[in-house]
Design a protein around this ligand. Sequence first.
Ligand code: NAD
Length: 436
Amino acid sequence: MSSAVTPETNHHDHPHTPNPVFENSPTYQMACRQLDAVAGAIDIDRGVLRRMSLPKRALVVSIPVLMDDNRTEVFTGYRVQHSLTSGPSKGGLRYHPSVDLGEVAALAMWMSWKCGIMNLPFGGAKGGIGVDPALMSRGETERLTRRFTEEVLNVIGPRMDVMAPDLGTDEQTMAWIMDTYSMKVGYACPEVVTGKPVELGGCIGRREATGRGVTYCILEAMKELNLRPEETTAAVQGFGNVGSVACQELARNGVKILAISDRYGAIHNAKGIDVAALTRHVAGGKLLKDFPGAEPIAPSDLLLTPCTVLVPAALERVIHKDNAKRLRCRILAEGANGPTTPEADVLLSDSDIYVIPDVLCNAGGVTVSYFEWVQDIQQFLWSEDQVNQKLKELMLRAFHQVRGLARERKLAMRTAALSLGVQKIAKEKMRRGLYP
Ligand code: NAD
């Protein structure tokens, strides 16, 4: 059946043709190794697998920006679309100094699997600019964002590729992209981005969606492990969009937050950190590490904090072969994308740590982004209750599908989750066939 569709089917060479453009990136290698692991666990057409191991397209742009001191600085930006098989591609835009093409390509691939697991009509994409947003003024950031939008204009659009906030970007970034795009097409086009301010057609609850989804997964895992939230503790790496909301939601459910970190430092309080007070402290422009209600600790110790739940919610590859054996948590809930390396995964599979993999755990963000896109297209707004109820329903459905498959096939949670996502897209690719 498949030979007409994918002529490569009969070749039994390595499924991942090395591509020099991406292959030097450790994060991209990691995404490919995960895909390899899935290919070993499920029956999948080799040609489709090859196609899925590389992005559909990747665009690299130079972004000249007039800085406040009248210098012209040139930044490098990326937009990678891994798949457009299931619908427009969807994925965040990150501003971080270490962003590179391979990392963005890996993140785009993960978005495809995530949308597959959640059964959303999207493919995966990701974008990034190599910049430290903390060193930019608001005006510089706005000019950077608008010029980047202009440079990628030909490959974005509500039916083509829809951006959302990620590391270092927020609602305001999305508002500038929406405005720039709308000025170009000549009419207001809120559906070109998600995670925008509510006044511009953003969805109530989108900002909190990822952290909420993380919390739903954690509470479900606790149920299975017979743990009562009020008797559990957590440590959270990152206090941005995902980390801060996860802290608030966990605390609301009775979980004691022992330790939190951000890029400037880490803090600990054995009696539990007052998350509301910390949120006010940070909102007041002060540093997390100066919070008076906790003691500073070494940032590298945060992940090793003895606790029930560890939530990495900052960067990739922070759990690796050198610290995986030293984690002291019962549940590892991956709020960040790609926090655990494949080497660490092998070590964790020997432990009793319950891993809730990123593609499932942080899928609440893209799920509510989907709700936002649907509302913008229909010009019909949902209530906050509708959003939250539907988010919970979809998260729990995906959680139990993954858990069920992991149990039935005796797979690691990550392999089970990725299998569901990869298989959905593989099926669609087979059905659509290979053009021409
Ligand atoms: P953010 O920029 O809002 O927050 C990032 C946080 O991480 C900040 O508190 C920052 O200080 C901290 N951080 C940076 N470097 C650190 C370090 N070395 N050690 C400890 N903390 C550090 O970003 P975000 O949107 O919360 O994204 C965090 C992660 O979650 C990323 O991996 C992102 O891809 C993923 N994610 C985000 C969303 C979303 O909806 N925003 C959805 C899915 C996944």
